[in-house]
Design a protein around this ligand. Structure first.
Ligand SMILES: Cc1ncc(COP(=O)(O)O)c(C=O)c1O
Length: 349
């Protein structure tokens, strides 16, 4: 059947990144390289659930635990099936057919998908030379939402707080700050949601919390906006097993500290190692590094995969010519990455 049968906004869609795996070391998805969250794993090993019952409709217990962590109220939060669900909820709640949504370029590839899926129109706003926000360009747009990841994926840097504040006060719509990697960064906005009437912050348990398999994410906003978003969210979308594991994980902040400290230690060493091999690396406030390849990006990524290491290729994307992105690994993983990268580069020359 012709694709014309599909909803017009989805007709051009293709399936998302889904690499074929043969036991490679995964440095392509920026998950926590220290392995599964220990508190969540213990909870799962002991848990008993009433499998015949529905979970709590709005994950109230998790939202209460988040309120305690951030010194906010449970009603400031909406919990869901990964922060990707919260992205979907945000656009479903605030955009109408044809509404403009400002998306920085380069940034998270799925924003485009969620905007278009929900009938919105993507308005690209190029980041500056040093990958910061062009605040004037964003503020002047006729748009309902602006979304930005800080730290930004795939460039790795945080946006300046004063620029985010400028957008919050100058832009006429909802400002979404996606803090998927905020545990590694600086000056997060999540604690400030009651200060602004147009701020939505997104967070995830997939990265520093080392629970990507369980698909837990959340949004924080002032209670009025959060209430609107809750009405749009699909009831029961976060299952009770993942909710319980997330609550257990929140109690072990020491694991988050250990994880982020390791990244802060390893990041400069990995950057220096890559530079020595001829890469140009970009400054990162996250658990990954963007680097311009000294050889062809796609050949490099493919050959590295054959050597057992998976990283992510961005080399054909706007502003990211010949760039790849790698998660910062443990010292052992980084040594292996540098050793294999050197071998591949030698073969390419
Ligand atoms: C910037 C950003 N936002 C959101 C997500 C999605 O996270 P989740 O696993 O919570 O859906 C990712 C995942 O890579 C990301 O990089």
């Amino acid at each position: 059947m012709d694709r014309g049968i599909m909803r017009s906004t989805a007709r051009e869609f293709r399936k998302y990144y889904n690499p074929e795996l043969h036991g490679e070391l995964r440095l392509d998805t920026n998950t926590n390289v220290l392995g599964p969250n220990p508190a969540a794993a213990e909870y799962l090993s002991k848990g008993k659930w009433e499998l015949d019952q529905y979970p709590n409709t709005y994950s109230d217990r998790l939202r209460e635990a988040l309120g305690e962590l951030y010194d906010l109220e449970a009603d400031n939060f909406i919990a869901g099936n990964g922060s990707d669900e919260l992205l979907d909820i945000t656009f479903k709640t605030f955009t109408d057919w044809g509404d403009g949504c400002v998306v920085p370029v380069p940034s998270y590839t799925l924003y485009d998908y969620f905007v278009r899926l929900n009938g919105g129109k993507v308005i690209c706003s190029e980041l500056t030379e040093d990958f910061q926000l062009d605040t004037d360009d964003i503020i002047k747009q006729d748009a309902k939402i602006v979304i930005m990841p800080s730290p930004n994926n795939p460039t790795g840097n945080c946006f300046r707080t004063k620029d985010i504040e400028e957008v919050l006060s100058g832009f006429g719509g909802i400002v979404v700050v996606d803090e998927a990697y905020a545990e590694y960064g600086k000056d997060p906005m999540i604690g400030r949601v009651e200060e602004f009437d147009n701020l939505v912050v997104l967070r995830t348990f997939s990265k520093a919390y080392a629970m990507a398999a369980l698909r837990v994410g959340y949004a924080a906003a002032n209670r009025e906006l959060a209430g609107m978003m809750s009405c749009v969210k699909i009831p029961y979308s976060l299952n009770m097993i993942s909710e319980g594991a997330a609550i257990a994980a929140l109690k072990d902040q020491d694991f988050i500290r250990r994880s982020t400290e390791m990244v802060r230690e390893q990041r400069p060493a990995l950057s220096a190692g890559l530079e020595k091999l001829g890469f140009r690396t970009f400054p990162s406030d996250s658990n990954f590094i963007l680097a311009e390849c000294p050889v062809d990006h796609s050949v490099f990524t493919e050959k590295l995969k054959a050597e057992g290491i998976l990283i992510r290729d961005f080399g054909d994307k706007p502003r990211l010519k010949n760039c790849v992105r790698t998660t910062v690994g443990t010292p052992e993983q980084n040594s292996l990455l540098l050793e294999k990268a050197e071998k591949v580069i030698r073969e390419c020359r």
